[in-house]
Write a protein that binds this ligand. Structure first.
Ligand SMILES: Cc1ncc(COP(=O)(O)O)c(C=O)c1O
Length: 446
Protein backbone atom coordinates (compact mmCIF):
# COMPACT_ATOMS: atom_id res chain seq x y z
CA UNK A 1 0.00 0.00 0.00
CA UNK A 2 1.42 3.39 -0.88
CA UNK A 3 0.83 6.60 1.08
CA UNK A 4 2.15 9.19 -1.36
CA UNK A 5 -0.12 11.93 -2.67
CA UNK A 6 -0.84 12.29 -6.36
CA UNK A 7 1.44 14.94 -7.89
CA UNK A 8 -1.36 15.71 -10.34
CA UNK A 9 -3.74 16.68 -7.51
CA UNK A 10 -2.75 20.33 -7.82
CA UNK A 11 -3.98 20.38 -11.41
CA UNK A 12 -7.52 19.67 -10.14
CA UNK A 13 -7.42 21.86 -7.09
CA UNK A 14 -5.22 24.93 -7.53
CA UNK A 15 -5.76 28.42 -6.18
CA UNK A 16 -6.79 29.86 -9.56
CA UNK A 17 -9.32 27.14 -10.39
CA UNK A 18 -12.34 28.77 -8.76
CA UNK A 19 -11.74 32.22 -10.21
CA UNK A 20 -11.09 30.72 -13.61
CA UNK A 21 -14.31 28.72 -13.56
CA UNK A 22 -16.30 31.79 -12.48
CA UNK A 23 -14.72 33.93 -15.22
CA UNK A 24 -15.51 31.25 -17.79
CA UNK A 25 -19.05 31.00 -16.56
CA UNK A 26 -19.49 34.79 -16.86
CA UNK A 27 -17.71 34.72 -20.25
CA UNK A 28 -15.18 37.37 -19.21
CA UNK A 29 -12.00 35.31 -19.36
CA UNK A 30 -9.46 37.63 -21.02
CA UNK A 31 -6.99 34.92 -22.02
CA UNK A 32 -6.39 32.58 -24.98
CA UNK A 33 -8.57 34.41 -27.47
CA UNK A 34 -7.75 33.40 -31.00
CA UNK A 35 -6.24 35.68 -33.60
CA UNK A 36 -7.15 34.86 -37.19
CA UNK A 37 -5.17 37.53 -39.05
CA UNK A 38 -1.60 38.91 -39.04
CA UNK A 39 -0.53 40.94 -36.00
CA UNK A 40 -1.35 44.43 -37.27
CA UNK A 41 -2.95 47.59 -35.78
CA UNK A 42 -6.34 46.16 -36.70
CA UNK A 43 -6.75 42.40 -36.38
CA UNK A 44 -9.42 39.81 -36.75
CA UNK A 45 -10.22 37.91 -33.57
CA UNK A 46 -13.07 35.49 -33.17
CA UNK A 47 -14.98 36.67 -36.18
CA UNK A 48 -14.72 40.42 -35.67
CA UNK A 49 -12.29 43.24 -36.36
CA UNK A 50 -10.64 44.68 -33.27
CA UNK A 51 -8.15 47.49 -32.78
CA UNK A 52 -5.04 45.77 -31.43
CA UNK A 53 -3.83 47.58 -28.32
CA UNK A 54 -2.25 44.49 -26.81
CA UNK A 55 0.75 43.69 -28.96
CA UNK A 56 4.50 44.03 -28.47
CA UNK A 57 4.95 44.57 -32.20
CA UNK A 58 6.14 48.08 -31.35
CA UNK A 59 7.54 49.01 -34.75
CA UNK A 60 4.79 47.18 -36.62
CA UNK A 61 7.41 45.23 -38.55
CA UNK A 62 5.70 41.81 -38.50
CA UNK A 63 3.91 42.76 -41.70
CA UNK A 64 6.79 44.67 -43.31
CA UNK A 65 7.61 43.34 -46.80
CA UNK A 66 11.37 43.38 -46.13
CA UNK A 67 10.99 41.43 -42.90
CA UNK A 68 8.64 38.90 -44.47
CA UNK A 69 11.10 38.54 -47.34
CA UNK A 70 13.90 37.90 -44.82
CA UNK A 71 11.83 35.09 -43.30
CA UNK A 72 10.90 33.67 -46.69
CA UNK A 73 14.46 33.73 -48.04
CA UNK A 74 15.72 31.96 -44.91
CA UNK A 75 12.93 29.38 -45.14
CA UNK A 76 13.74 28.58 -48.76
CA UNK A 77 17.49 28.55 -48.29
CA UNK A 78 17.66 26.57 -45.04
CA UNK A 79 14.32 24.76 -44.75
CA UNK A 80 11.71 24.69 -42.03
CA UNK A 81 13.87 23.76 -39.06
CA UNK A 82 17.46 23.18 -37.99
CA UNK A 83 16.72 20.18 -35.77
CA UNK A 84 19.64 20.70 -33.46
CA UNK A 85 21.61 22.86 -31.06
CA UNK A 86 23.63 25.89 -32.12
CA UNK A 87 26.68 23.97 -30.86
CA UNK A 88 26.24 21.07 -33.25
CA UNK A 89 24.20 21.29 -36.45
CA UNK A 90 22.08 24.37 -35.64
CA UNK A 91 24.23 27.35 -36.65
CA UNK A 92 23.65 28.97 -40.05
CA UNK A 93 25.35 32.08 -41.49
CA UNK A 94 22.31 34.16 -40.50
CA UNK A 95 23.07 33.53 -36.82
CA UNK A 96 26.61 34.80 -37.26
CA UNK A 97 25.48 37.88 -39.18
CA UNK A 98 22.80 38.54 -36.57
CA UNK A 99 25.25 38.22 -33.67
CA UNK A 100 27.72 40.54 -35.38
CA UNK A 101 25.07 43.13 -36.19
CA UNK A 102 23.58 43.02 -32.68
CA UNK A 103 27.05 43.63 -31.21
CA UNK A 104 27.53 46.59 -33.58
CA UNK A 105 24.08 47.96 -32.72
CA UNK A 106 24.62 47.58 -28.97
CA UNK A 107 28.22 48.79 -29.22
CA UNK A 108 29.59 45.70 -27.48
CA UNK A 109 32.47 43.36 -28.31
CA UNK A 110 30.20 40.41 -28.99
CA UNK A 111 26.65 39.06 -28.82
CA UNK A 112 25.04 35.64 -28.65
CA UNK A 113 21.66 34.60 -30.06
CA UNK A 114 19.36 32.27 -28.11
CA UNK A 115 16.15 30.57 -29.25
CA UNK A 116 13.98 32.80 -27.03
CA UNK A 117 14.44 35.82 -24.78
CA UNK A 118 13.38 33.75 -21.80
CA UNK A 119 16.24 31.36 -22.52
CA UNK A 120 18.65 34.29 -22.95
CA UNK A 121 17.85 35.39 -19.40
CA UNK A 122 17.90 32.00 -17.70
CA UNK A 123 20.88 30.93 -19.78
CA UNK A 124 22.86 33.98 -18.69
CA UNK A 125 21.90 34.19 -15.02
CA UNK A 126 21.96 30.42 -14.50
CA UNK A 127 25.46 30.22 -15.98
CA UNK A 128 27.25 33.30 -14.66
CA UNK A 129 25.93 33.06 -11.12
CA UNK A 130 26.49 30.26 -8.62
CA UNK A 131 25.43 29.53 -5.03
CA UNK A 132 28.33 31.62 -3.72
CA UNK A 133 27.12 34.78 -5.50
CA UNK A 134 24.44 37.39 -4.77
CA UNK A 135 21.93 38.63 -7.30
CA UNK A 136 19.96 41.80 -6.61
CA UNK A 137 16.79 42.16 -8.67
CA UNK A 138 14.00 44.74 -8.96
CA UNK A 139 10.66 43.26 -7.81
CA UNK A 140 9.18 44.32 -11.17
CA UNK A 141 11.70 42.31 -13.19
CA UNK A 142 10.38 39.86 -15.74
CA UNK A 143 9.61 36.29 -14.68
CA UNK A 144 12.47 34.93 -16.79
CA UNK A 145 14.91 36.93 -14.66
CA UNK A 146 13.50 35.47 -11.49
CA UNK A 147 13.64 32.00 -13.07
CA UNK A 148 17.32 32.55 -13.95
CA UNK A 149 18.10 33.73 -10.42
CA UNK A 150 16.40 30.67 -8.91
CA UNK A 151 18.13 28.34 -11.33
CA UNK A 152 21.53 29.74 -10.37
CA UNK A 153 20.90 29.17 -6.64
CA UNK A 154 22.65 32.48 -5.98
CA UNK A 155 21.51 34.42 -2.92
CA UNK A 156 18.56 36.48 -4.18
CA UNK A 157 18.08 39.93 -2.70
CA UNK A 158 15.02 41.58 -4.27
CA UNK A 159 14.32 45.30 -3.83
CA UNK A 160 11.10 47.28 -4.17
CA UNK A 161 10.36 48.38 -7.70
CA UNK A 162 12.55 51.29 -8.79
CA UNK A 163 13.49 52.20 -5.18
CA UNK A 164 17.14 53.12 -5.34
CA UNK A 165 17.40 53.50 -1.55
CA UNK A 166 16.34 49.83 -1.24
CA UNK A 167 18.79 48.83 -3.96
CA UNK A 168 21.59 50.53 -2.06
CA UNK A 169 20.59 48.72 1.13
CA UNK A 170 20.79 45.40 -0.71
CA UNK A 171 24.19 46.32 -2.14
CA UNK A 172 25.41 47.10 1.36
CA UNK A 173 24.11 43.78 2.69
CA UNK A 174 25.62 41.92 -0.22
CA UNK A 175 29.09 43.16 0.72
CA UNK A 176 29.12 40.58 3.51
CA UNK A 177 27.72 37.72 1.41
CA UNK A 178 31.23 36.92 0.23
CA UNK A 179 30.68 36.23 -3.48
CA UNK A 180 30.29 38.24 -6.67
CA UNK A 181 27.35 40.66 -6.96
CA UNK A 182 25.11 41.12 -9.98
CA UNK A 183 22.30 43.67 -10.20
CA UNK A 184 19.58 42.84 -12.76
CA UNK A 185 16.86 45.22 -13.88
CA UNK A 186 14.46 45.55 -16.79
CA UNK A 187 15.23 48.65 -18.88
CA UNK A 188 11.50 49.15 -19.50
CA UNK A 189 9.26 47.26 -17.05
CA UNK A 190 6.92 45.02 -18.95
CA UNK A 191 3.71 45.68 -16.99
CA UNK A 192 4.27 49.16 -15.55
CA UNK A 193 5.85 50.61 -18.72
CA UNK A 194 8.22 52.75 -16.66
CA UNK A 195 11.96 52.81 -17.16
CA UNK A 196 14.77 52.00 -14.74
CA UNK A 197 16.90 54.87 -13.41
CA UNK A 198 19.95 53.44 -15.07
CA UNK A 199 22.31 56.35 -14.54
CA UNK A 200 21.89 56.16 -10.74
CA UNK A 201 21.89 52.36 -10.81
CA UNK A 202 25.23 52.46 -12.65
CA UNK A 203 26.61 54.84 -10.00
CA UNK A 204 25.53 52.47 -7.22
CA UNK A 205 26.91 49.38 -8.97
CA UNK A 206 30.24 51.10 -9.48
CA UNK A 207 30.34 52.29 -5.86
CA UNK A 208 29.69 48.80 -4.49
CA UNK A 209 31.65 46.77 -7.03
CA UNK A 210 28.63 45.05 -8.59
CA UNK A 211 28.09 44.03 -12.21
CA UNK A 212 24.94 45.25 -13.97
CA UNK A 213 22.68 43.39 -16.40
CA UNK A 214 19.77 45.16 -18.10
CA UNK A 215 16.94 43.33 -19.86
CA UNK A 216 16.13 45.48 -22.88
CA UNK A 217 13.20 43.34 -24.10
CA UNK A 218 10.89 46.38 -24.21
CA UNK A 219 13.60 49.03 -24.63
CA UNK A 220 15.52 47.75 -27.65
CA UNK A 221 13.80 48.78 -30.84
CA UNK A 222 11.91 51.48 -28.95
CA UNK A 223 14.18 53.85 -27.01
CA UNK A 224 17.35 55.74 -27.87
CA UNK A 225 18.31 57.57 -31.04
CA UNK A 226 19.30 54.27 -32.69
CA UNK A 227 16.69 52.22 -30.88
CA UNK A 228 19.39 50.42 -28.91
CA UNK A 229 17.33 50.70 -25.74
CA UNK A 230 17.08 52.29 -22.33
CA UNK A 231 20.85 52.31 -21.77
CA UNK A 232 21.32 54.25 -25.00
CA UNK A 233 18.48 56.67 -24.17
CA UNK A 234 19.98 57.41 -20.75
CA UNK A 235 23.54 57.62 -22.05
CA UNK A 236 24.93 54.71 -20.04
CA UNK A 237 25.42 52.00 -22.67
CA UNK A 238 29.13 51.73 -21.90
CA UNK A 239 28.48 51.42 -18.15
CA UNK A 240 26.13 48.43 -18.39
CA UNK A 241 27.96 45.10 -18.37
CA UNK A 242 25.36 42.94 -20.08
CA UNK A 243 22.25 43.68 -22.07
CA UNK A 244 19.73 41.01 -22.95
CA UNK A 245 16.81 41.31 -25.33
CA UNK A 246 14.26 39.52 -27.43
CA UNK A 247 13.25 39.34 -31.07
CA UNK A 248 9.62 38.79 -30.04
CA UNK A 249 8.75 42.46 -29.70
CA UNK A 250 10.14 45.28 -31.90
CA UNK A 251 12.16 42.85 -33.99
CA UNK A 252 9.00 41.11 -35.16
CA UNK A 253 10.14 37.53 -34.76
CA UNK A 254 11.06 35.11 -32.00
CA UNK A 255 14.42 34.62 -30.27
CA UNK A 256 16.69 36.33 -27.77
CA UNK A 257 20.13 37.82 -27.40
CA UNK A 258 22.81 38.81 -24.92
CA UNK A 259 25.36 41.54 -25.73
CA UNK A 260 28.49 42.15 -23.71
CA UNK A 261 32.22 41.59 -23.46
CA UNK A 262 33.86 38.99 -25.70
CA UNK A 263 35.00 36.88 -22.75
CA UNK A 264 31.56 36.63 -21.14
CA UNK A 265 29.78 35.92 -24.42
CA UNK A 266 32.30 33.22 -25.30
CA UNK A 267 31.83 31.71 -21.83
CA UNK A 268 28.06 31.57 -22.43
CA UNK A 269 28.68 29.86 -25.79
CA UNK A 270 30.56 27.12 -23.99
CA UNK A 271 28.63 26.75 -20.73
CA UNK A 272 25.08 28.10 -21.04
CA UNK A 273 22.79 25.08 -20.85
CA UNK A 274 19.78 27.02 -22.19
CA UNK A 275 21.92 27.74 -25.25
CA UNK A 276 23.53 24.33 -25.65
CA UNK A 277 20.68 21.97 -24.85
CA UNK A 278 17.89 23.29 -27.00
CA UNK A 279 17.34 23.47 -30.73
CA UNK A 280 18.30 26.56 -32.63
CA UNK A 281 15.41 28.81 -33.75
CA UNK A 282 13.83 28.01 -37.11
CA UNK A 283 15.62 29.76 -40.01
CA UNK A 284 12.58 31.93 -40.83
CA UNK A 285 12.68 33.38 -37.30
CA UNK A 286 16.39 34.21 -37.59
CA UNK A 287 15.93 35.67 -41.10
CA UNK A 288 13.03 37.86 -39.95
CA UNK A 289 14.91 39.16 -36.88
CA UNK A 290 17.95 40.01 -39.01
CA UNK A 291 15.82 41.80 -41.61
CA UNK A 292 13.94 43.72 -38.89
CA UNK A 293 17.20 44.79 -37.26
CA UNK A 294 18.42 46.03 -40.64
CA UNK A 295 15.24 48.08 -41.13
CA UNK A 296 15.69 49.55 -37.65
CA UNK A 297 19.33 50.45 -38.36
CA UNK A 298 18.53 51.92 -41.79
CA UNK A 299 17.33 55.50 -42.34
CA UNK A 300 13.78 54.08 -42.07
CA UNK A 301 14.36 53.19 -38.40
CA UNK A 302 14.32 56.58 -36.59
CA UNK A 303 10.95 57.68 -38.05
CA UNK A 304 9.43 54.43 -36.76
CA UNK A 305 10.89 55.08 -33.30
CA UNK A 306 9.49 58.58 -33.34
CA UNK A 307 6.10 57.33 -34.47
CA UNK A 308 5.71 54.67 -31.79
CA UNK A 309 6.61 57.13 -29.02
CA UNK A 310 4.26 59.78 -30.42
CA UNK A 311 1.48 57.18 -30.56
CA UNK A 312 2.17 56.22 -26.94
CA UNK A 313 1.76 59.84 -25.91
CA UNK A 314 -1.47 60.20 -27.88
CA UNK A 315 -2.89 57.10 -26.19
CA UNK A 316 -1.71 58.04 -22.69
CA UNK A 317 -2.91 61.63 -22.89
CA UNK A 318 -6.21 60.57 -24.45
CA UNK A 319 -6.88 57.99 -21.73
CA UNK A 320 -6.08 60.52 -19.03
CA UNK A 321 -8.38 63.11 -20.63
CA UNK A 322 -11.14 60.53 -20.58
CA UNK A 323 -10.70 59.98 -16.86
CA UNK A 324 -8.65 56.78 -16.73
CA UNK A 325 -5.87 56.12 -14.23
CA UNK A 326 -2.75 56.01 -16.37
CA UNK A 327 0.92 56.52 -15.54
CA UNK A 328 2.33 60.02 -15.92
CA UNK A 329 4.98 60.78 -18.52
CA UNK A 330 8.24 59.90 -16.79
CA UNK A 331 10.89 62.58 -16.27
CA UNK A 332 14.21 61.43 -17.64
CA UNK A 333 17.30 61.48 -15.49
CA UNK A 334 19.67 61.85 -18.40
CA UNK A 335 23.36 61.36 -18.05
CA UNK A 336 25.16 64.74 -18.20
CA UNK A 337 26.81 63.86 -21.51
CA UNK A 338 23.45 63.05 -23.09
CA UNK A 339 21.87 66.23 -21.74
CA UNK A 340 24.56 68.20 -23.47
CA UNK A 341 23.98 66.47 -26.78
CA UNK A 342 20.30 65.70 -26.42
CA UNK A 343 18.40 68.19 -28.58
CA UNK A 344 17.20 66.37 -31.64
CA UNK A 345 18.89 63.14 -30.64
CA UNK A 346 16.18 61.52 -28.64
CA UNK A 347 13.06 60.77 -30.59
CA UNK A 348 9.79 61.23 -28.73
CA UNK A 349 11.25 63.05 -25.75
CA UNK A 350 10.74 66.71 -26.73
CA UNK A 351 13.50 69.14 -27.59
CA UNK A 352 14.35 70.73 -24.25
CA UNK A 353 16.83 68.44 -22.52
CA UNK A 354 15.95 69.82 -19.07
CA UNK A 355 12.30 68.97 -19.42
CA UNK A 356 12.47 65.70 -21.19
CA UNK A 357 9.89 63.15 -20.34
CA UNK A 358 9.08 59.85 -21.92
CA UNK A 359 6.00 57.74 -22.41
CA UNK A 360 6.95 54.21 -23.42
CA UNK A 361 4.63 52.21 -25.71
CA UNK A 362 3.35 50.32 -22.67
CA UNK A 363 0.48 52.36 -21.19
CA UNK A 364 -1.13 50.53 -18.27
CA UNK A 365 -4.62 51.51 -17.16
CA UNK A 366 -5.10 50.87 -13.45
CA UNK A 367 -8.37 49.18 -12.56
CA UNK A 368 -7.55 47.71 -9.14
CA UNK A 369 -10.04 44.90 -8.67
CA UNK A 370 -9.42 41.68 -10.65
CA UNK A 371 -13.07 41.03 -11.43
CA UNK A 372 -13.69 44.61 -12.56
CA UNK A 373 -10.63 44.42 -14.80
CA UNK A 374 -11.96 41.28 -16.49
CA UNK A 375 -15.41 42.87 -16.93
CA UNK A 376 -13.89 46.02 -18.40
CA UNK A 377 -11.67 43.94 -20.67
CA UNK A 378 -14.77 42.13 -21.99
CA UNK A 379 -16.67 45.37 -22.57
CA UNK A 380 -13.75 46.80 -24.57
CA UNK A 381 -13.38 43.57 -26.51
CA UNK A 382 -17.06 43.51 -27.41
CA UNK A 383 -16.78 47.14 -28.51
CA UNK A 384 -13.85 46.28 -30.82
CA UNK A 385 -10.66 46.97 -28.85
CA UNK A 386 -8.27 44.27 -27.67
CA UNK A 387 -6.03 45.00 -24.69
CA UNK A 388 -4.05 42.75 -22.35
CA UNK A 389 -5.13 42.10 -18.81
CA UNK A 390 -2.80 41.69 -15.85
CA UNK A 391 -4.40 40.26 -12.75
CA UNK A 392 -2.90 39.06 -9.49
CA UNK A 393 -0.36 37.33 -9.24
CA UNK A 394 1.08 39.04 -12.37
CA UNK A 395 0.57 42.29 -10.42
CA UNK A 396 0.23 42.92 -6.66
CA UNK A 397 -3.19 42.21 -5.08
CA UNK A 398 -5.62 45.05 -5.85
CA UNK A 399 -3.34 46.23 -8.68
CA UNK A 400 -5.20 44.73 -11.65
CA UNK A 401 -4.58 46.64 -14.82
CA UNK A 402 -5.32 46.69 -18.49
CA UNK A 403 -2.01 46.80 -20.29
CA UNK A 404 -2.42 48.78 -23.48
CA UNK A 405 0.39 49.14 -26.00
CA UNK A 406 0.85 50.84 -29.34
CA UNK A 407 2.68 50.22 -32.59
CA UNK A 408 4.42 52.69 -34.89
CA UNK A 409 1.91 51.67 -37.54
CA UNK A 410 -1.23 52.70 -35.66
CA UNK A 411 -2.49 55.84 -37.36
CA UNK A 412 -3.94 58.77 -35.46
CA UNK A 413 -7.49 58.06 -36.60
CA UNK A 414 -7.37 54.45 -35.36
CA UNK A 415 -6.07 55.54 -31.96
CA UNK A 416 -8.75 58.26 -31.79
CA UNK A 417 -11.37 55.60 -32.55
CA UNK A 418 -9.98 53.38 -29.79
CA UNK A 419 -10.13 56.30 -27.36
CA UNK A 420 -13.77 56.91 -28.27
CA UNK A 421 -14.48 53.26 -27.49
CA UNK A 422 -12.74 53.64 -24.11
CA UNK A 423 -14.90 56.69 -23.30
CA UNK A 424 -18.18 55.01 -24.26
CA UNK A 425 -17.33 51.79 -22.47
CA UNK A 426 -16.28 53.68 -19.32
CA UNK A 427 -19.57 55.56 -19.19
CA UNK A 428 -21.66 52.40 -19.51
CA UNK A 429 -19.38 50.40 -17.21
CA UNK A 430 -19.47 52.92 -14.38
CA UNK A 431 -23.23 53.25 -14.46
CA UNK A 432 -23.48 49.49 -13.95
CA UNK A 433 -20.46 48.61 -11.81
CA UNK A 434 -19.50 51.82 -10.01
CA UNK A 435 -16.53 54.16 -10.49
CA UNK A 436 -13.20 53.15 -11.93
CA UNK A 437 -9.99 54.69 -10.55
CA UNK A 438 -9.47 58.20 -11.90
CA UNK A 439 -6.38 59.89 -13.37
CA UNK A 440 -4.36 59.89 -10.16
CA UNK A 441 -5.22 56.36 -9.16
CA UNK A 442 -8.28 57.55 -7.19
CA UNK A 443 -11.89 56.66 -7.92
CA UNK A 444 -13.32 59.36 -10.16
CA UNK A 445 -16.52 61.06 -9.01
CA UNK A 446 -19.41 58.92 -10.17
C1 LIG B 1 11.16 41.95 -19.92
C2 LIG B 1 11.09 40.66 -20.68
N1 LIG B 1 12.18 39.86 -20.69
C3 LIG B 1 12.18 38.71 -21.36
C4 LIG B 1 11.08 38.28 -22.07
C5 LIG B 1 11.12 36.95 -22.75
O1 LIG B 1 11.24 37.10 -24.11
P1 LIG B 1 10.76 35.96 -25.12
O2 LIG B 1 9.32 36.23 -25.41
O3 LIG B 1 11.64 36.15 -26.31
O4 LIG B 1 10.97 34.65 -24.47
C6 LIG B 1 9.93 39.10 -22.10
C7 LIG B 1 8.73 38.79 -22.87
O5 LIG B 1 8.14 37.82 -22.98
C8 LIG B 1 9.94 40.30 -21.37
O6 LIG B 1 8.85 41.08 -21.34
Amino acid sequence: MHTSTDVFAKARDHDRAELLAAAREADILPYFHVLTSPAMPIVEMEGAERIMLGSNNYLGLTGDERVMQGAEDALHRFGTGLTGSRLLNGTIPLHLELEREIAEWMGTEDAIVFTTGHQANIGTLGTLLGPQDTVIADSGDHASILDGCLLSRAKLRPFRHNRLDKLEKMLQRAQDDGGGILVVVDGVFSMEGDIASLSEICDLCERYGARLMVDEAHGAGVLGARGAGTAELLGVADRVDLRTGTFSKSLASCGGFVAGSAEVIEYLRLYSRAFLFTASAVPAAVGAALAALRVLRSPDGPPLLERVLANARQLRDGLEERGFAVVSAQALALDAHVQEHAPGLLPGTGSDPRQQTIVTPIVPVLVGDDWKAALLWRALYDAGVFVNTALHPAVPPGGALLRTSVMATHDEATLARALDVFATVKHEFESEHGPLPGPHGHASPA
